[in-house]
Design a protein around this ligand. Sequence first.
Ligand SMILES: Cc1ncc(COP(=O)(O)O)c(C=O)c1O
Length: 439
Amino acid sequence: MKLKKEGRRDIETISSKMDELRQKQIQEGIFGFDNFTETGSNAFSDMGTDLSSDRRECIIWSINHYLNLNRHPYVIEKSIEATRQFGTGCGTSAISGGMNVLHKKIEDRLSSWYNKGIMLFPTGFTANLGSLAAICQEGDHVLIDSESHASIRDGIKLSPTRRWIQFEHNSLEDIEAKLISSTKECEGKIIVVVESVYSMSGDICPLDKLAELKKKYDFLLFVDEAHSFGIYGEYGKGLSYHMGVLDDVDFLTSTFSKSTASIGGFVACDPKYVSYFQWGSNAFAFQACFSPADAGTILAALDILETEPSHVESLHKKNVYMRKKLIAAGFDLGSSLSPVIPVYISDTEKLLKVCFDLYKNGVFSVPISYPAVGVHEGRIRFIVNANHTHEHIDKTVDLLSKLAADYDLLDDQKQMRENGFIGKIKNTTSTDSISTQFN
Ligand SMILES: Cc1ncc(COP(=O)(O)O)c(C=O)c1O
């Protein structure tokens, strides 16, 4: 496919080619998108797809509601109550009066959790995008992980900085090498951007080791806690808190769309940056606030996090159960430890076929391939939810084992490991304690 025409991206050619590919995949019955649930997000739901009028009951592994709080009666009640009291939408951005007292309560609650200033954004995506676009300036060097989320990449691209440098996924050695050269060359500040749990691999970032690097090199540390907020540390304050490095984290961001079952995002940082973001971040100043129902949901979910630890315990136990079964069946889960479990399939066509076979047998997840991950690093992500049962896990692993034999997946995984596409960087001992504490 020709991507460039006279130096520009030829959107007509790309769109036609993509549409051709989509129609072909639909005809072959392997198209991986356009799915929807009939009965809403849950560990188990009726799924529909664009492919036919076919509807089937599925165990769902693609949704990030780790704690299933979207189905908690108290959370639902508080969401309805907020709508009754404050109406539906907010109608404008925070600086134009879009916030209500519920948003304020969220700010206060998180401020006391982190002992930092809090800035709310309408989504987790725009919390990253809006803050990074404002923080990174001309002359700065921004060091990012090769598995960084799109919101991080887009935020940096929007900023005036021209030097963003990718380091090898989760490699402290490579981060240090890049820090050494940036320290020599950089005319502005150095910013290191990581995710506490990587969304595509489930790998955990050695934040404690990064905090140690801060003693040797002068840099700002930006940590996206989207997949650890609500899950790790006291009340689910996240991994920076759990590893005792909150003071070393200059910018902590997260989303409310995952463990807290709503929508919205936040940045926790020094209050001076909050003052700056209020006028320096377009995504904050020119975007309407999340709705009262969303705010009511978040506050209720935070209440549950503080009072009902059983949801988090159940999640971690099921994560351990699922991992043990997959490993016993011969799957290579790379260095993943968190409730994001990757099953690697390098060949894209095989990946789509396996996903569709899973779906036909009542197990739903989505294929992830390039450009969301590296070219030969395709995978299906299994995101564990506190509401998944052992029966859900058993059925899924049994089916995966059968498909592994049909499609020769285990040999493929061996090759992926040999070629460095799986598990290149080992977890450090400090992060191992995170998975084993729930055994
Ligand atoms: C690591 C990471 N950061 C940010 C986001 C954006 O969050 P949201 O979808 O809630 O806007 C996501 C969402 O998938 C994510 O995985």
